[in-house]
Design a protein around this ligand. Structure first.
Ligand SMILES: [Zn+2]
Length: 158
């Protein structure tokens, strides 16, 4: 008898699905008896996209203190980009504790994704932008997109 295998993420077993991979999550089945210990480190590692962890560290963001830096790091991690928080140059003094500015660094492989993501977060809301021709065009695009979404949603409901 082959050992029972199970999906770590959703608990589906190979007896139910008879496969090497969970059909729901796409995760490989592992021996069911193995202790499922989700540590913070493992949880973090699971989110990391390997390609975004390659290369030299580059600075992608700046934060005024540790907690805001951690917020940015958390957002990046949700996109699969691992990051390193470092005291900003000139403030590398432990006496500052959690205060003092921080640099957020990511591997070169994740730098572009991180920059795009952070640029998106930092963009001002459309309402505060003066309605230039470009702004009007963008607003129209948003309205058209919304209409299409609503039309599709309505069609699906029928
Ligand atoms: Zn699963």
């Amino acid at each position: 008898m082959s050992p029972a295998l199970a999906c770590r993420r959703c608990g589906a077993t190979s007896e139910q699905h008879g496969d090497r991979f969970c059909p729901v999550c796409g995760m490989p089945f592992v021996p069911a008896g193995e202790a499922l210990e989700v540590t913070e480190t493992r949880e973090r590692a699971r989110k990391v996209h390997p390609a975004y962890a390659e290369g030299q560290l580059v600075k992608v963001a700046w934060a005024p203190n540790q907690s805001e830096a951690e917020l940015i790091a958390g957002l990046l991690l949700e996109e699969g980009v691992p990051s390193v928080i470092r005291r900003a140059r000139g403030f590398d003094v432990p006496d500052f504790l959690a205060a003092g500015p921080r640099d957020v660094l990511v591997a070169a492989g994740g730098a572009e994704v991180a920059s795009q993501m952070l640029a998106g977060k930092a963009a001002p809301p459309a309402a505060t932008v003066t309605p230039t021709l470009r702004g009007v065009a963008l607003a129209m695009l948003v309205i058209v997109t919304a209409s299409v979404v609503i039309a599709v949603a309505a069609a699906m409901l029928v």
